[in-house]
Design a protein around this ligand. Structure first.
Ligand code: NAD
Length: 278
């Protein structure tokens, strides 16, 4: 299945005059974000760069990587790029080894790669192949990338890993199917286990669980899988009365990898405007 069309052709945008919002917490840190040429990953990369980090982004879409670096440069920020398919174990290992060789170190890993890949919403419509694709991208992609950076993080006695869960993994999804919800539940469990194993080496591992974040892709799914009435009703059930923007998520990523969150590990951070409480 070709899911690239879901993203459209629009170039990513830096929408804030000061994406760091005055914070400069990440000087001297090197960060690597997976699948970050668009959407949440791109906004997070911009935010980390604005806060002073040296930032590397990976994505399987080479043209989108070039556009992302260009959009960041227009805002005065540098993003280094590396083409990488997060669903392919060998590619993840060799691409991250290449980044480590060039950057010299990786202090921060943001396992952003994920998504439901437009697989069916209903369990009985999903095949084993749908499960495999979604598990590979969301769960194994994070395992492979973590495996590639953890020895270097452990050797330097410092690391920050942020995994991407979802509201889907905690309370179910209104637009993605059971394969995606299960994958995101697995990410939360993986986060807690990694936090216990690697805490003694100075490495924190946390997980962000956004509700619907309005990217180009989710805007399409949201309109396709929910009626106008349903969409309105869901908005009314969110105490803050809106969906997340990518910059909301980027701010949480920056905080979790900064020294301000130095004593936080193993958490699943709900980022959903209060949705799911009622
Ligand atoms: N957008 C949401 O509403 C939402 C909500 C909760 C959680 N999340 C999670 O946040 C993360 C980012 O989501 P998003 O909506 O910004 O992503 P997205 O679907 O917009 O995709 C971002 C990038 O991923 C790249 N990509 C897709 N498959 C890839 C692969 N196999 N290898 C490398 N790159 C690949 C695409 O080229 C694209 O540039 C994901 O883990 C997602 O599950 C998103």
């Amino acid at each position: 299945m070709n899911t690239d069309s879901l993203h459209g052709n629009a170039a990513p945008e830096v929408r804030e005059a000061d994406p760091g919002r005055g914070c400069r917490r990440l000087g001297g840190r090197t960060a690597l974000l997976t699948a970050a040429a668009r959407g949440i990953g791109f906004a997070s990369a911009v935010r980390l760069a604005a806060e002073g980090a040296q930032v590397w982004i990976t994505d399987r879409d080479e043209a989108a990587l070039a556009q992302a670096a260009q959009a960041a440069a227009a805002a005065g920020l540098r993003l280094h790029t590396q083409c990488m398919d997060s669903s392919n174990a060998a590619d993840v290992a060799s691409s991250i080894a290449a980044v480590l060789a060039q950057a010299g170190r990786v202090d921060v890993l943001v396992n952003n790669a994920g998504g439901s890949l437009h697989t069916p919403f209903r369990l009985l419509d999903e095949t084993d192949a749908h499960w495999q694709q979604v598990m590979d991208l969301n769960v194994m992609g994070a395992v492979w990338a973590s495996r590639a950076v953890l020895p270097a993080m452990a050797a330097q006695g410092f690391g920050r890993i942020v995994n991407f869960g979802s509201k889907a993994g905690r309370f179910g999804s209104l637009i993605a199917g059971p394969n995606y919800a299960a994958a995101k539940g697995a990410i939360a469990a993986l986060t807690r286990q990694m936090a216990q194993e690697f805490g003694p080496q100075g490495i924190s591992v946390n997980c962000i669980c956004p509700g619907v974040v309005m990217t180009e892709r989710t805007r399409g799914l949201w309109a396709e899988r929910r009626s106008a009435e349903e969409r309105e009703r869901v908005l009314k059930e969110i105490p803050l009365r809106r969906h997340a923007e990518v910059e909301d998520v980027a701010a949480a990523v920056a905080w979790l990898v900064s020294d301000d969150a130095a004593f936080i590990t193993g958490i699943t951070l709900d980022l959903n405007g209060g949705q799911g409480m009622g």
